[in-house]
Structure formats: C-alpha cells, structure tokens
Design a protein around this ligand. Structure first.
Ligand SMILES: *[C@@H]1O[C@H](CO)[C@@H](O)[C@H](O)[C@H]1NC(C)=O
Ligand SMILES: *[C@@H]1O[C@H](CO)[C@@H](O)[C@H](O)[C@H]1NC(C)=O
Ligand SMILES: *[C@@H]1O[C@H](CO)[C@@H](O)[C@H](O)[C@H]1NC(C)=O
Ligand SMILES: *[C@@H]1O[C@H](CO)[C@@H](O)[C@H](O)[C@H]1NC(C)=O
Ligand SMILES: *[C@@H]1O[C@H](CO)[C@@H](O)[C@H](O)[C@H]1NC(C)=O
Ligand SMILES: *[C@@H]1O[C@H](CO)[C@@H](O)[C@H](O)[C@H]1NC(C)=O
Ligand SMILES: *[C@@H]1O[C@H](CO)[C@@H](O)[C@H](O)[C@H]1NC(C)=O
Ligand SMILES: *[C@@H]1O[C@H](CO)[C@@H](O)[C@H](O)[C@H]1NC(C)=O
Ligand SMILES: *[C@@H]1O[C@H](CO)[C@@H](O)[C@H](O)[C@H]1NC(C)=O
Ligand SMILES: *[C@@H]1O[C@H](CO)[C@@H](O)[C@H](O)[C@H]1NC(C)=O
Ligand SMILES: *[C@@H]1O[C@H](CO)[C@@H](O)[C@H](O)[C@H]1NC(C)=O
Ligand SMILES: *[C@@H]1O[C@H](CO)[C@@H](O)[C@H](O)[C@H]1NC(C)=O
Length: 853
C-alpha cells in the first residue's frame, strides 16, 4: 500500500517546485488513542487540488491521509516525556515535513506539532530515605538545605511541586524559598534529650488531579561542636574550548574548614541532580576538587553544563558550589547536504523501477550551512540520467529527478554524487551521495534465436525420445527472466515439452508412412507480471526407416497371354508399391525361377521366347520385389501365366491318307449310301480345334453326285447311280476349324472311281498321280473333265490305231468345241461363282476356276 502510493507520487511530473515559507502549527495532547484527529493541511495549500500529501519521511507517530491531507495519531502514542525529555515549559514540539504535490506544483510544507502535557507522572524522590546531620548547638533560625528534592517529568503546572512536612513536633519547618528546598530550625536542640527526628516530606504537583509522593527524613542530632567546609568561590563560570584535550583540568573547586585534623578533611562530590552524562564527561576528583575532562568532546555533546558540587565535612551540612560550563564552538561546520527520500527506501539508498518516466522525483536534497557561504548551485558529478531542480522559494532545496531512460539490463546501480562548493577563507567542496538501485521490470520478452526451427527424428522411435532442446533468452533478471516453455495453439498429442528446460520430446512412436512432418508452435513465457512471451515454429520431419516391405497389389497374379505373343512382348505389369521413402521405397523386381522364357524389366514381365499353348499352357513364376533399404525387405508372389490358345493350326487330314487315295464305288449304288469318310484333326483347342467338313467342288462325268456330312465327314451319294454315271470323280472336301477371328482350313481331294471294278489299276493310278498338286485352301486340284473311264477301257484292247486316229480327230474337235465350250463355261461359271461365294472366299474361288481352265 505504502509502496504503491509512493510510486503514484513519484510518477508525477513536476513543473514547479517550492518549499513552503509559512509554517503550520497543530496542538495535540499526549497519549491520545490511535486515529485522533490532529489537523488538516487541506485549506492551507497554495494552489488548486487535486493534491497528494506525503509525510517526509514517513513517521510512526502520524498518519497523513494522502488525499484529504488530514493528520491523525497512530497506534504509537505520543509520549511527551519520551519525545522531549528536557522540556519543562510544556513546549514539546515535533516538526514534520509534508510533501504536497499536484500535476503542476510541488512543495514541502513544514508542520509543527505541539504535544501538550497531561499529568501522567507523579513526582518522585530518588532517595526514599533522606538522612541529615544537625549539630546540637545550631542556632534557632538556621536554614539547612535539603539536596534531595523530588522531580516530576511532566511540564508546566503538572510539574510545579509543593512540599509539605508532616512531623509530630514543630522543631523543623520547611523553608519558604522556592528555589532551594530547605528547612529551618525552630527550637533549640539537645542531643542528650533527643538524638533523632523522623519526618515525612510530602510532595504534590499542581496537576489536575494532583499526584504526590513522600520520603522519610531522618535528622540526627550531632554531639560534636566544630567548623564546616565553606567554598571560597561558590559560583564558577567556565568557557571550555572544544579542542580541549582529554585529562586536562577544567576547574578546581576549593573549600576550607577551619578545623584541624580529621575534622578538616573535605570530600567533594557531585550533587545527585547533576546529569549522569555531565558526571561522566567531567570527572571530579573527590579529594582535590579538581574537575578534569574525561571524554572527547563530540559534535553532539551538549554545550551547556551545570555542575553542582558538594563539599562534605564530617558531621556537617554539605556546602554547595555551582560550576556553569559552556563548551565553546570554535570549529566551522562544513555545509551539510541531506537527502530526503521519496522513492522506496532500501538498505543503502533507494530503489527505482526501471520503467519510471523522465522527471520522476527520487529524493529531495536540502543543504544546511551555518558557517560557510555556499556557492550555488550544487551539481551532480558525472553524466548520469539524473538531474537536480532547485526550489523556487528556497535556493537550498532541490528535487532529485530522473532525466533519462533507465534500463536495468544495461546498468543496475547508480551512485549519485552531489557536489557543492562553499567558501570562507578558502574554497571547499562538500558532497552527499545516494545509491539508486534499479528494479527490474518485465520489459523484455524472451527471444528465440530463430523464429523457425527444423528438427528431425527417425520413425519407430521410442516414446520419450528427445527431439531437440529449445532455448530462449530473456534480458530481464530473476523471475522476469525465468522462462517457461509451452505449446502454443492446439496441444499436440505426439509431443511433450519440459516447461523449465525446453526439452522437446516425442510421446509416441512415429510412423512416417502416416505423417511425414509436424509443425508446432512453442511459446516461451517469462515469469514477470504481466508475463511476456514469444513463439517459435518448430518443424519436425519424420525420417524414414525401411519398415515397409514392397507390396503387390494382389497376392496372386494371373496373366493371360496369347500364345502368338511376339518376343519382347509385354506379358503383364506388376503393380508393386513400397510405402517407405527414398531408397527404402525403391523397388527392384526379379524372377526367382531361372527361366529363359520370361524376364522382368522394371515391373514388366517380358516374354523372351515363343510360347506354344499346345506344348505348355501354364507357367508358375515366383517373383520377388526387393527394396533398397538397409536391410532390404522383400515380398514374393506367385505369378501364373496362362497361355491363350491361338488358331495357329489348320485341320490335318488323317483320312484319306493322301490326295492320291481312291475308292471304288459300284455303279448301281442307291442314294444315300456311304461312299467313303474323311477325318481331320486340329491341334488347336476349343473352337480353334473344332473341325467341320464341307464339299468344295466336284469334277466328274456328272456333277453334284456326292455330299459330305459336315460333322462326321461321311461322304454319301446324293442320288442312286446307274451305269451311265461311271467314271472317275474328284470330290474336294474342305476341313475348317471354327477359329476366331480367322478360321483355318485344309482341302483334300477324294478320288472316287464309279465302276464295277478296277480293271486297270496302274492306269488309274497314273491318272490320279498326274494330279500332283497338293490341295490346300489356296490351291484347288486341277482335274480335267474326264471321258467315261469304263468306255475307254472297253475299247482299248480292240483298236489301238483307231485310238490314235480318234485322238487326232478328237483333238481337232476338241480344239474347235473347246474354244466354244470355254466361252460357254465362262458364262456359266459367272453364275456358279456367285453361288460359291457363300462358302469359298472370293479370291480362292477365282484362283480355283482359273486353275481349272
Ligand atoms: C476551509 O476553509 C473554509 C473557509 O475558510 C471553510 O469553510 C472550510 O470548512 C474549510 N475546510 C476544511 C476541510 O477545513
Ligand atoms: C502525618 O503524620 C501523622 C503521624 O505519623 C499521620 O497520622 C498522618 O497521616 C500524616 N499525614 C500525612 C499527610 O502523611
Ligand atoms: C518567609 O517567612 C518568614 C517568616 O516565616 C518571612 O519573614 C519571610 O518574608 C518569608 N519569605 C518569603 C520569601 O516569603
Ligand atoms: C551565580 O552567578 C550567576 C551569574 O553568574 C547568578 O545569576 C547567580 O545568582 C549567582 N549565584 C549565587 C549564589 O551567587
Ligand atoms: C585549540 O585551538 C586553538 C585555536 O585554534 C589553538 O590555539 C590551541 O592550541 C588548541 N588547543 C589544543 C589543545 O589543541
Ligand atoms: C590523567 O592525569 C592524571 C594525573 O596527571 C593521571 O594520573 C592519569 O593517568 C591521567 N589519565 C589519562 C587517561 O591520561
Ligand atoms: C567525481 O566522479 C569521479 C568519477 O567517479 C571521481 O573520480 C571524482 O573523484 C569525483 N569528484 C569528486 C569531487 O568527488
Ligand atoms: C566548484 O569548484 C570546482 C573546483 O573545485 C569548480 O571546478 C566548479 O566549477 C565549482 N562549481 C561551482 C558551481 O561553483
Ligand atoms: C502471450 O502473450 C499474449 C499477450 O501478450 C497473450 O494473449 C497470450 O495468451 C500469451 N500466450 C501464452 C501462451 O502465454
Ligand atoms: C518356378 O518355381 C516354382 C516353384 O519352385 C515352380 O513351381 C515353377 O514351375 C517354376 N516356374 C518356372 C517357369 O520355372
Ligand atoms: C451341318 O449340316 C446340317 C445339315 O446339312 C446343317 O443343319 C448344319 O447347320 C451344318 N453345320 C455346320 C456347322 O455347317
Ligand atoms: C456315317 O455316319 C454314321 C453316323 O453318322 C455312321 O454310323 C456310319 O458308320 C458312317 N459311315 C461310314 C462309312 O463311316
């Protein structure tokens, strides 16, 4: 509370500074309870409010309301007797200064508070029993001083004492001299009749109500009759130089006693009313009466001393002498500078927060100079961010202000040395210094060395693995510079950070294949109030480990390959993946089987040789995918390559054995009778190997005599034969497979001799063998239209010459009619060709008929 208000005061920027010329006086009774109103400063202020009032320095006895300027007592009671022990005139006064400040104006008001006495102390005797000796021959009316007066620490009427003597007889009465307590002898004494008198000395003060005390006086009546000591000089005044050396004689008191012998011995003692300090400072030799200086005279030694010395002789009332001592000022005091602190007081000066604005008041400097003439102004030694501003009213009062920016981080302590010059005979320099300790304010945020940090960690780490240690620096000290680390934004589940040492660790085991990098915000906050912070982006890359084997997208791979795939053709593409990164994810695919038939290039299976469905239609390959990690990981799959059959084989005739085979069919065979049978095989599979038969052409004496079953290959007669059908027939049969897209076919020639028997086998065979052409699809058999075979055989044996002649005639005829027939046949052929187009490709058809011609 106190601190805050002082801060509020020193933060004011003062334009004008004065010290008050008028003084305020307040009166308060001592021993008042806490919170007793003493007075207010408010109406006394010079300028308009708002003002702030501050005691300078703070006092335990007074509480000043900062805003109203009302002054109150505190729990510490004002004890006049303690505060002003010397005061007897009830003029106890305490001076306080109040620093009154507003935005434009500041002043120091001097306040005098008079603490009025109350009768709170009774008078008291130092000795409760006072013993006196009186000679029996003392004359009536003799005055005997009593050096045992009472005292009362109160002041004024409360300390005015009235003595009263309570005695049973009227031998002694109190003297009426108010200066000296004494009593007077009223009646003659006789030691023999009464040697001791007892009386009560009662003292009462004039307070309201009065307080009293008493002491017992015992008067002994002495039998001896002699002289008593008398001071030669009972009133001595001495001026003592301040530089008097210790043990030197200050004064010598001399008393004489006319007696001789033992009765003349005089003892000198201080009256017990001499203050103890004075008794210590001035040593009284009891035998000689010499007063010596016993201690060094300090600056704060009181100047005035009143020494009451008693000379005591045996059986005598003591003689009294007074030495009045004045210690002389001779030394000139240097001017004195004094700081009155406004900023928070420290052990060795003041403390100021580093962020206070310029012109903040730190202290007030006051100069007191009783002896010298001072040269103005005083000044600050050196160049520091502080300055002095003189009061308008008093040239010897200054404000000490800040005049520059204070930075704890640059300098934590200043020693302000204020120097002043003064002259008397010569120039002297006097000084005062004040230590200013700066207090750190949290004016710096922690700083990371980089705003973006990159780090990496291998995947499959142990949870708790340290990734990196973050470090920020804060220029502030102590808690303002203590840094805590935390995550900014969303809290990452995968990481933890040690708040005190900035160690960033993983809390999980990372899988690079799921997340490859993380971006975190780390905040460094100091512990100031309010705290400052700054943040840093941390990018954490997860490094790959070869923890994933290559993967084939399907476990079993089957490729279907046509058997006619060319060499270096692509059999199939293997889809392989590896989730790892870099070389860990680079895959090489190889065939585990040592085979010359297939190879792998990248991830493509390549055919190295020819396939043949008919020899092998299925291949099992073990294929391995291997990554390049260390150690490498691999996966092996079984690849099945199915060879697809192609229609690469034409039907092959097993029956008839050749184009030159022949069958004999008797002439009188009924319609539908089987003539012969063809049979062809095809090595292809499926439809590629399904053989169908069809007639392809027929050459003979009659046309369209045979038909063939398209499935069984049975050749049957279309009509019943008679004798005029006889002759050699060539029936062409085509065997076709059902291949797609292109069917293959083979054509075979069936030689059929329609006759009763084979009369001339060799001739027949020679005719047949003359037709050497192998019937292929592209090539039809060429057969000349034949004569009736049986007729030629009949006539052969009778007329060879006629044959020759017939041949010649026939040749001539043939040449003539051949030309005619060719013409006619071409015309007819055009019609048949259209019919044949359905079964026979156009080209073949043309070739065939060309060949026939
Ligand atoms: C201030 O002075 C005025 C007039 O002298 C008086 O009326 C007023 O009560 C005073 N205020 C205080 C707080 O003493
Ligand atoms: C005075 O002395 C007498 C006798 O000793 C006693 O009774 C009386 O109370 C005393 N008076 C005072 C005021 O002490
Ligand atoms: C003291 O009293 C005596 C008689 O008792 C009288 O003569 C004398 O004047 C008085 N002195 C004072 C100072 O009152
Ligand atoms: C002692 O001297 C002072 C002044 O020097 C004087 O006031 C006082 O009355 C004198 N006292 C005696 C008993 O002579
Ligand atoms: C005291 O000071 C005076 C004047 O300066 C000088 O004369 C004297 O010798 C000094 N005495 C001692 C004891 O130093
Ligand atoms: C003071 O002087 C006396 C007498 O000359 C001597 O006996 C004594 O020792 C001295 N004391 C000191 C402290 O010098
Ligand atoms: C002023 O300050 C400087 C540096 O601290 C110091 O050396 C010098 O003695 C000071 N001057 C005085 C008069 O003290
Ligand atoms: C004070 O005295 C010093 C020499 O000791 C001098 O340099 C300086 O200017 C003087 N300052 C003032 C304000 O008189
Ligand atoms: C950082 O400081 C800002 C204000 O300066 C505050 O809003 C924010 O909450 C602080 N962040 C942390 C993590 O303390
Ligand atoms: C490849 O190896 C497997 C297993 O050893 C075997 O079954 C398969 O026939 C082999 N394939 C070839 C083409 O050698
Ligand atoms: C085979 O011949 C029969 C009857 O002549 C016919 O119905 C059938 O479609 C033919 N089949 C083929 C494949 O030509
Ligand atoms: C003709 O085919 C049938 C079945 O269709 C068969 O029974 C018969 O034996 C065959 N004839 C010849 C000569 O092969």
């Amino acid at each position: 509370m106190e601190r805050i208000q002082i801060c509020a005061i020193i933060l004011l920027t003062i334009l004008e500074f004065t010290t008050s010329t008028s003084e305020l006086k307040f009166y308060i009774l001592e021993e008042q309870n806490e919170g007793t109103y003493i007075g207010s400063l408010k109406n006394e202020s010079l300028a308009s409010p708002p003002f702030l009032y501050n005691l300078l320095p703070p006092s335990i006895y007074f509480h000043l309301d900062k805003q109203t300027g009302d002054l109150y007592t505190t729990a510490y009671k004002l004890d006049r007797e303690y505060l002003c022990p010397q005061d007897i005139l009830n003029q106890c006064m305490v001076e306080i200064d109040v620093f009154v400040s507003s935005q434009e104006h500041a002043e120091i008001a001097k306040i005098k508070i008079f603490i009025l006495d109350i009768n709170d102390h009774a008078p008291f005797f130092t000795d409760k029993i006072i013993e006196l000796a009186v000679q029996e021959d003392a004359a009536v009316g003799t005055i005997f001083p009593i050096d045992h007066s009472a005292s009362d620490p109160d002041a004024g009427q409360n300390s005015v004492l009235i003595y009263h003597l309570n005695s049973t007889d009227d031998v002694f009465v109190l003297g009426n001299n108010s200066q000296l307590l004494s009593f007077t002898l009223q009646q003659p004494l006789n030691h023999e009749s009464k040697s001791e008198y007892y009386m009560d000395l009662i003292v009462t003060d004039k307070g309201l109500p009065p307080l009293s005390a008493s002491a017992l006086i015992i008067v002994k009546i002495m039998d001896v009759n002699d002289n008593c000591p008398v001071f030669l000089t009972s009133n001595i005044s001495i001026n003592l130089p301040r530089n008097t050396s210790i043990n030197s004689t200050v004064a010598k008191l001399e008393a004489v006693d006319d007696d001789t012998g033992e009765n003349s011995i005089i003892q000198y003692i201080y009256s017990n009313r001499v203050p103890v300090e004075s008794q210590k400072l001035f040593y009284l030799e009891s035998t000689t009466g010499i007063i010596r200086l016993a201690e060094f005279i300090h600056d704060d030694t009181p100047n005035n001393h009143k020494l009451k010395v008693l000379a005591i002789g045996p059986g005598c009332v003591p003689a009294v002498a007074t030495v009045t001592l004045v210690i002389q000022e001779f030394k000139r005091k240097k001017p004195k500078m004094e700081f009155r602190l406004i900023a928070t007081q420290e052990e060795e000066g003041v403390s100021v927060e580093e962020d206070v604005p310029i012109n903040t008041i730190i202290a007030i400097l006051e100069i007191r100079d009783p002896d010298y003439s001072i040269l103005r102004p005083v000044y600050i030694n050196g160049t520091i961010p502080f300055s002095l501003r003189v009061s308008e009213n008093s040239p010897d009062t200054y404000l000490l202000l800040t005049s520059g920016i204070l930075d704890f981080e640059l300098k934590q302590k200043y020693k302000i040395q204020v120097l002043g010059n003064a002259t008397f005979d010569n120039l002297i320099v006097y000084q005062a210094s004040l230590n200013v300790k700066l207090e750190d304010v949290n004016d710096n945020a922690p700083q990371f060395s980089q705003s973006v940090l990159e780090a990496s960690i291998e995947e499959n780490n142990n949870p708790g693995a340290v990734i990196l240690t973050l470090s920020a620096f804060d220029k502030d000290s102590e808690s303002n510079g203590d840094i805590s680390y935390s995550f900014g934004g969303e809290l990452p589940m995968e990481f933890s950070i040690d708040a005190s040492n900035g160690i960033l660790a993983a809390t999980v085991s990372f899988d690079r294949e799921k997340v490859t990098s993380y971006t975190l915000i780390v905040v460094a906050s100091d512990h100031g109030s309010p705290a400052k912070n700054s943040s840093c982006t941390v990018i954490i890359t997860i490094l790959d480990e070869n923890d994933n084997a290559p993967i084939f997208l399907t476990n079993e791979l089957t490729f279907y390959v046509p058997e006619n795939l060319p060499r270096q053709g692509k059999v199939g593409i293997l889809n392989v993946k590896d989730a790892d990164f870099g070389v860990n994810g680079e895959i090489s695919v190889s065939i585990l089987n040592t085979t010359l038939l297939f190879s792998v290039d990248q991830n493509i299976i390549i055919l190295e040789d020819y396939l043949d469905y008919e020899s092998e239609y299925k291949y099992d390959l073990w294929i391995e995918a291997l990554d390049k990690g260390n150690p490498p990981l691999s996966t092996t799959v079984k690849v099945i390559i199915m060879v697809l059959d192609m229609n690469d084989n034409a039907p092959l005739f097993l029956l008839p054995e050749s184009n030159f085979s022949y069958v004999l069919v008797p002439p009188d065979t009924s319609k539908g009778s089987p003539v012969t049978k063809v049979h062809a095989v095809d090595y292809d599979a499926g439809m590629n190997g399904a053989v169908r038969y069809s007639g392809f052409g027929e050459v003979g004496p009659h046309s369209d005599l045979f038909t063939i079953d398209n499935i069984t290959g049975n050749i049957t007669l279309k009509e019943s034969t008679t004798g005029h059908h006889c002759g050699l027939y060539h029936f062409l049969v085509k065997a076709s497979d059902q291949g797609y897209p292109k069917a293959l076919s083979t054509i075979v020639r069936i030689n059929i001799l329609l006759n009763h028997s084979i009369s001339n086998r060799s001739y027949l065979e020679s005719i047949i063998m003359a037709k050497t052409e192998v019937p292929t699809e592209n090539q039809a058999i060429l057969l000349s239209p034949c004569k009736q075979y049986h007729k030629m055989a009949q006539f052969s044996w009778s007329l060879n010459a006629l044959i020759f002649l017939g041949i010649v005639i026939l040749c001539i005829l043939f040449c003539g009619t051949g030309t005619l027939m060719l013409f006619c046949r071409r015309k007819g052929n055009a019609k048949r060709r259209k019919k044949a187009d359905v079964q026979i490709p156009l080209k073949l058809n043309a070739d065939y008929w060309n060949n026939i011609k």
